[in-house]
Design a protein around this ligand. Structure first.
Ligand SMILES: Cc1ncc(COP(=O)(O)O)c(C=O)c1O
Length: 378
């Protein structure tokens, strides 16, 4: 028996992505070659780029393929500071390490000044504080950028990106958003949401790992992070990962085109899990806003129960019972001191269960039964 409840870490690859990848393997040409074999591979890359751009309502030239979400985040933050002249970076301590460790690097090397937006114990940011800060930097004529993730990968909190983009725009500040957890999961229209930089990772929506893309708004100065050949219109050197891009494209199109159904179905599963957990374990608490389906991502639920979490062994016990979930971000699962997100919320701990279009209510039933058994054995 195996229940996969760790879809915020990675998702199972879809049949659609596999089919597209196998087809792309037949086109072994180098997309930079001008002969027919090269042109066939190039056509795969450009068709995927166009498909993504039309679904995000942006220009294909604003999409650059990368080696995943981490690279897209690194590129945005480093470009903003080095190329756009950003002197003040406003971010949050609950960002993914793909952002927070880059920001720390920029700060420690004196490349910009980083300030952390205050938040409460639910992870809600103080935007009034941010507004005053942006206003003061605009008055001084100093360039600022805000970097806030669209949805938090551990607690699911969603920010109002439209509202934040208007706030940044009205004070002349750049905006970067780590949209890794929401790309192909929530509607994103970049003609309305005025982010300057956004990030995407293929493996978060049933595509392959090690491939993603960066959105960089037209007119925003951005020099390559990876230097070498002239691939990606000179924005990112290195022969394109044609097979990965083909898989990413198929998964992206599938998830965006079926989004309304997926939202309905997975929100139903999440709601069911919340109700079931509350009724079986009345003292259960949900970290951040994850217990509120209106304000959190439908794929993420993070719970804490004093008895179940007492001995710190819950994730291990779940794993040996066939349930695969996590205590936080998979990239930091070896880290000492637990989740930096839960620590920042003064939470006593938690377990993240995260769903996908393939999760069923009967898996939730089984999961709750396993939790009851673990509790009765404590
Ligand atoms: C919010 C967030 N940002 C960035 C990343 C990194 O993406 P990738 O694994 O493609 O480098 C992840 C993946 O764990 C994530 O959840």
């Amino acid at each position: 028996m195996s229940i996969y409840f760790d879809n915020a870490a990675t998702t199972p690859i879809s049949q659609e992505a596999k089919t597209a990848m196998v087809a792309a393997m037949e086109n072994f040409g180098n997309p930079s070659s001008t002969h027919a074999e090269g042109r066939k591979a190039k056509a795969i890359v450009e068709t995927v780029r166009k498909g993504i751009a039309s679904r995000l309502n942006c220009s294909p030239s604003e999409i650059t393929f990368t080696g995943g979400g981490t690279e897209a985040d690194n590129w945005a933050l480093i470009s903003a500071v080095k190329d756009c002249g950003v002197k003040h970076l406003y971010t949050s301590v609950i960002e993914h390490h793909a952002v927070s460790h880059v920001v720390e690097y920029l700060d420690q090397n004196g490349m910009c000044k980083v300030q952390y937006i205050p938040h409460d114990d639910h992870g809600i940011h103080d935007l009034k504080w941010l507004e005053l800060e942006l206003k003061s930097k605009a008055l001084l004529g100093e360039k600022a950028m805000v970097s806030l993730m669209h949805a938090n990968n551990e607690i699911g909190n969603i920010i109002d990106l439209q509202n934040l983009s208007e706030l940044c725009q009205s004070h002349g500040a750049y905006l970067h958003s780590d949209t890794v957890q929401t790309m192909a999961h929530l509607p994103l229209d970049f003609s309305k949401i005025r982010v300057d930089f956004a990030a995407c990772s293929g493996h978060k929506f049933h595509g392959p790992k090690g491939v993603g893309f960066a959105f960089v708004r037209q007119g925003v100065l951005s020099k390559p992070l990876i230097r070498g050949g002239a691939q990606e219109r000179g924005a990112r050197a290195g022969t394109e990962n044609v097979i990965g891009i083909a898989g990413l494209g198929a998964a992206f199109n599938m998830c965006v085109d079926d989004m309304a159904n997926d939202i309905l179905k997975v929100t139903g599963v999440k709601n069911y899990a919340i109700l079931k957990l509350k009724s079986e374990f009345p003292e259960i608490k949900f970290n951040g806003l994850s217990g509120d389906v209106e304000k959190s991502l439908y794929t993420v639920l993070n719970f804490y129960h004093h008895k179940l979490h007492e001995n710190g062994m819950l994730n291990f016990q779940l794993d040996i019972n066939g349930v695969h979930c996590s205590g936080g971000s998979a990239c930091s699962s070896g880290a000492v001191g637990g989740s930096h997100v839960l620590n920042a919320l003064n939470s006593s701990g938690g377990t993240r269960i995260s769903f996908s279009r393939y999760t069923t209510k009967s898996e939730v039933d089984l999961f709750v039964q396993i939790l009851q058994k673990i509790k009765s054995d404590i």
